[in-house]
Design a protein around this ligand. Structure first.
Ligand code: DNO
Length: 359
């Protein structure tokens, strides 16, 4: 696997100089942030980003994300132009050597939380989600915008979007996703780019908006739309793990064996109730997800793609973009790297014992 780290470009207070010092770090996950959603990403901007990263000894391994314009998710007639632009962006990214693109199909809101600085017993802070609080939140009143999203909307824009979504139920969203996938995967195949859809975070409907990339059954349905390695998943343990019904190691083995996991987000969360959770340190002991089992499952399917630690807590007095500080994500990366080394060595010694016994 290729350990990678998300970097928000030049304005990110965490520099590439710091990231390259994290043991085991190879790849950068980034995007072009100053092109409006739906417009084509110019080759010059992409090439500049590639070079900036390369000259620090790292490689731009994943684009996260090329955002999908809401008109595509809504299935409006204007989607055609945005889909053509998306296809062109895939071509432009491929021409600069990009092989993996992450995106999501969540209506209006990307990841959603009720608090960005939930305090843990050790004094660190993290992002958390409490159903009762979210149910009371009215996005049309509060100008809901969470730092870390690639996009957020003004109140008037939100009203228009919510009106449009009033007629989009889950089945309609499936249709709109199918339409989109059928237009972009052939281009991704031509260009040999692996697309990776990110699960909905959290994996259930919020604010009355439909969400469909939520569980094994729906991921299977999605992958069956086009049965191609270019139509794959960004398997996010934190997002899918928010639902206790998702058996993550089993899902990794199932989708990984079919070569459909194109990108991994490894993050831990602690479930505290039905649809209540807070994020935690990456180590298994702190959350509801057994990271050792995640790594075992990845090793079983010979996962060789990019993986990144995901949201970190704020520790050691660090301030900054919630979820995207340096310290806790760096600890996460090293912990994941350690687990991976242990799992590989364990598997190698088991196979040595087996060969010995067979001989
Ligand atoms: C949260 C991220 C998501 C992710 C998008 C992918 O921190 O995992 O915002 O980038 O959903 O399109």
């Amino acid at each position: 696997m290729e350990m990678s780290f998300r970097w928000y470009g030049e304005s990110d207070p965490i520099s590439l100089d710091y990231i390259r010092q994290i043991p085991g770090m190879k790849g950068i996950v980034s995007a072009i942030y100053d092109v409006p959603v739906g417009e084509v990403w110019p080759v010059e901007k992409i090439q500049k980003l590639v070079n900036q990263i390369k000259c620090k000894g790292l490689v731009l391994s994943v684009i996260e994300s090329v955002p999908v314009h809401e008109h595509i998710k809504l299935g409006l007639p204007t989607r055609e132009r945005y889909i053509e632009n998306y296809q062109q962006t895939i071509r432009n990214l491929a021409s600069c050597g990009i092989q993996t693109i992450c995106y999501n199909f969540m209506p209006v809101f990307d990841w959603t939380r009720s608090s960005l600085n939930h305090e843990l017993p050790d004094g660190s802070t993290c992002l958390s989600y409490e159903k009762a609080i979210v149910e009371k939140m009215d996005p049309l009143q509060g100008e809901l915008s969470l730092p870390g999203w690639d996009e957020s909307y003004r109140k008037e824009e939100l009203e228009v979007l919510f009106n449009h979504y009033a007629s989009v139920d889950e089945e309609q969203l499936w249709e709109n996703l199918t339409y989109f996938i059928k237009k972009i995967i052939p281009v991704a195949e031509e260009e040999d780019v692996k697309m990776a859809i990110h699960p909905d975070d959290p994996p259930w409907s919020i604010f009355g908006l439909p969400r469909i990339i939520t569980n094994k059954e729906n991921l299977m349905r999605f992958l069956n739309i086009i049965d191609s390695a270019h139509n794959g998943l960004c398997f996010c343990t934190g997002s899918l793990g928010a639902s206790a019904k998702n058996d993550l190691p089993e899902m990794i083995r199932y989708f990984g064996k079919k070569q459909r996991i194109n990108f991994m987000h490894a993050r831990n969360i602690k479930r505290t109730g039905d649809q209540d959770f807070h994020e935690s340190a990456h180590m298994s002991a702190y959350g509801s997800i057994d990271m050792y089992e995640i790594m075992n499952a990845l090793a079983d399917v010979n996962f060789s793609g990019p993986i990144r630690p995901d949201h970190g807590r704020m520790i050691w007095g660090e301030t900054g973009k919630p979820g995207y500080g340096l310290y806790d994500r760096a600890l996460g990366a090293v912990y994941l790297g350690g687990l991976w080394e242990a799992v590989q060595k364990k598997n190698n010694s088991i196979s040595k014992i087996l060969t010995h016994t067979e001989a």
